[in-house]
Design a protein around this ligand. Structure first.
Ligand SMILES: [Zn+2]
Length: 210
């Protein structure tokens, strides 16, 4: 079974404060006498479901076109961390994450908020810096979260991004893990191949292994 864990790009939708709002702008329409329907996109590199390249917060880090898909496709573990107001190292330690996990998706209370949300939710669940250090220490290569940032909104310094991007990790943000049970899956994450970019919108799915 394939589970689509992407959020739809539409207007209105929650957008990180300061990012360009998504828009699908009509260019030609059959209804207006054109031979086809065609549109133009207005989109941020961090709109909806997307990945952060390490270069987003680390000027020596890799950009989108330098990340091989092999890092983004393959075995992944979904940890159920609902009920935690913040994801700490202690929470990760208690989540029964198999020690060989290199791709880890974190299901939090955020996932339940996506369905009808149109506005950015500033009190979203995010990682603490010690959780980011835990991920680096446990050799997790790709970490996904079910909201638009792994970082607490209003954090005085982007410490979580600095730790993860500084270690060359890939971050997937804006996942919708509503209805997805904890466990092992095949992750299929396909960011748009945008040369030189700090981030890219992605279609992300899980294939169940059973
Ligand atoms: Zn991002």
């Amino acid at each position: 079974m394939i589970i689509d864990i992407s959020v739809p790009l539409r207007q209105p939708m929650p957008t990180y404060p300061g990012d360009a709002p998504f828009a699908l702008i009509p260019v030609v329409r059959i209804a207006d006498g054109a031979v086809c329907n065609g549109s133009r996109l207005q989109i941020g590199t961090h709109s909806g479901t997307h990945i952060d390249a390490p270069w987003h917060f680390n000027d020596a880090g890799k950009r989108i076109h330098e990340i091989p898909l092999a890092r983004l496709i393959g075995y992944a573990y979904v940890a159920d961390l609902r009920g935690y107001p913040a994801i700490t190292a202690e929470a990760l330690q208690a989540a029964n994450i198999p020690p060989t996990t290199t791709r880890l998706l974190l299901k939090t209370d955020n996932s339940a908020r996506w369905a009808h949300a149109t506005e950015f939710h500033p009190n979203h669940v995010a990682l603490t810096p010690d959780a980011a250090q835990w991920l680096v220490r446990h050799a997790v290569d790709v970490v996904g979260i079910d909201y638009l940032s792994v970082e607490r909104y209003g954090a005085p310094k982007p410490e979580v991004h600095h730790i993860l991007c500084g270690a060359g990790k890939i971050i997937i943000e804006g996942l919708n893990l509503n209805g997805v049970e904890a466990g092992e899956y095949e992750l299929l994450c396909m960011p748009l191949l945008i040369e030189g970019a700090d981030g890219a919108p992605a279609r992300v799915a899980l294939r169940s292994l059973r």
